[in-house]
Design a protein around this ligand. Structure first.
Ligand code: SF4
Ligand code: SF4
Length: 448
């Protein structure tokens, strides 16, 4: 018997009390000094010394903290990854890019220097809808979830309304359901458009605010350099007060914690904080370094300390944390959508990708909406760089990290985007927090 390689130990969460956490099972157990020493002994080939130890070992085997050997871990991680490939069960998850055009010129965005104006044509729009519904039928999926992305999708409100209406009616006719989410800069967002979209199906908006006014206005600007904070903040408040589902996201540099705290203060002072569906801040990714793609939400460089501080602040203020892709993805712990079999991104030319970060880049597509050619293996997955990750305990949730972001920065498909440091700190923080909240009494017992 040995400790599974996907188990990490957090020692002395209280004096003499230790926690084993299985990343693979998302499960924890409290153990005492004697058990911690016994686990080391068993992992080195020793047998339980007493009946009590044998019983403890049995419990740890049953809960899969202990395994027979590498083979058992290999089989379990392989089954886990197969299951993770299902993504959101029963759901076709598609990111649609009606245009690459954007009405802003944010300082960290590739579009600042290389504005793009490509829009999806009417024939490509028709072919996209046909392709989508064909996939839903062939795969027998009851839910279609569309993520409107860009460019800026609200510069194509016509497209969003038309496709939402068609897809909503088509899914209803099949006895299924349609849901949507929109990532928008919020500049042109108005209640009338939001409510019209909601009349077709329930949906949500994710709007970016990169800190409070001063910080945000240095980054997110119109082409003439004017800041956008006031317009966006007012639209967030108006939509939230109108009952629309609004998530707020933001990207920070490590020294900007105070500005993001000020933004949280502002949400509380205007009374809108409890009306927001969720809020999530991430480290900044500067896509100007090398790319002509866009990314919905990945970061290779983690500014862990600021991230942990802001997450704690959101929790302390009792504001809802959220996955930025909306309610459907909340709570999913595991590999990103690049690995999901029913996930695609379609660019304005009708090229189909597995990762939104590389959408628009020729050669990285897996299919085309107007072509009958079979889908090919995603170039980002082809070289399986995560196989170099050895015994990393975080493999089940990471699988090499954001391979799309890595490719944009380095042009390489054979390297992982490792965030082990961030995983170590954030898992430690959140697991110990969960454990101590569940077992506040020092008279703890083994439990999961
Ligand atoms: S590789 Fe990165 S950008 Fe692509 S889907 Fe995964 S997290 Fe998102
Ligand atoms: S990329 Fe890093 S954190 Fe992710 S599985 Fe590989 S070694 Fe672990």
């Amino acid at each position: 018997m040995q400790l599974s390689r996907f188990v990490v130990a957090y020692e002395n969460v209280r004096p003499g009390e230790h926690v084993l956490y299985s990343v693979l099972e998302d499960r924890y157990v409290g153990i005492d000094d004697a058990t911690l020493r016994a686990v080391d002994r068993w992992s080195a080939g020793g047998a339980p010394a007493t009946a009590e130890e044998r019983e403890t070992q049995g419990v740890l085997v049953e809960d899969r903290f202990l395994v027979e050997g590498r083979g058992e871990d290999d089989a379990r991680v392989s089954a886990h990854l197969d299951k993770a490939r299902e993504g959101v069960p029963g759901t076709m998850y598609v990111t649609l890019m009606p245009t690459l055009q954007c009405n802003l010129a944010c300082n960290y965005c590739f579009q600042k220097e290389h504005p793009s104006f490509t829009k999806m044509s009417s024939p490509t729009e028709d072919a996209t809808l046909e392709w989508l519904l064909r996939q839903v039928d062939e795969r027998g999926l009851p839910t279609l979830y569309v993520h409107y992305f860009g460019g800026e999708p609200t510069t194509r409100k016509d497209y969003c309304l038309r496709t939402a209406e068609v897809l909503s009616a088509s899914m209803r006719a099949r006895g299924g359901k349609f849901r949507w989410h929109m990532t928008t800069n919020g500049i042109q967002l108005d209640i009338e458009f939001a409510q019209k979209m909601e009349s077709f199906a329930p949906g949500s908006f994710k709007i970016t605010l990169d800190g409070d006014r001063e910080t945000h206005d240095r980054m997110r600007v119109y082409r003439d350099g004017r800041g956008t904070f006031d317009v966006i903040f007012d639209n967030v408040v108006a939509l939230a007060r109108a009952g629309c589902k609004v998530y707020v996201g933001g990207h920070f540099f490590p020294d900007q914690a105070a500005s993001f705290e000020a933004l949280l203060d502002r949400f509380q002072q205007t009374g809108v904080a409890p009306l927001l569906a969720g809020i999530q801040f991430r480290p900044m990714v500067d896509t100007q370094q090398r790319s002509s793609g866009t990314c919905t939400g990945c970061s290779e460089k983690q500014e862990t300390q600021t991230l942990v501080q802001l997450n704690k602040s959101i929790e302390r203020r009792k504001m809802a944390p959220a996955a930025e892709n909306g309610a459907t993805l909340e709570g999913l712990l595991g590999p990103c959508e690049l690995h999901w079999k029913n996930n695609y991104t379609i660019d304005p030319e009708g090229r189909i990708y597995k990762c939104p970060a590389v959408a628009g880049l020729p050669g990285l597509e897996v299919a085309q909406v107007a072509s009958s050619m079979p889908e090919r293996v995603a170039p980002l997955l082809e070289l399986r760089p995560w196989e170099k990750c050895g015994d990393c305990p975080y493999l089940p949730v990471c699988v090499g990290g954001c391979l799309g972001g890595k490719f944009l920065k380095t042009g390489r498909r054979d390297e992982v985007a490792c965030k082990k440091d961030m995983f170590e700190k954030s898992f430690h923080e959140s697991v110990v927090h969960r454990y101590l909240a569940e077992f506040p009494d020092p008279e703890w017992t083994e439990a999961a």
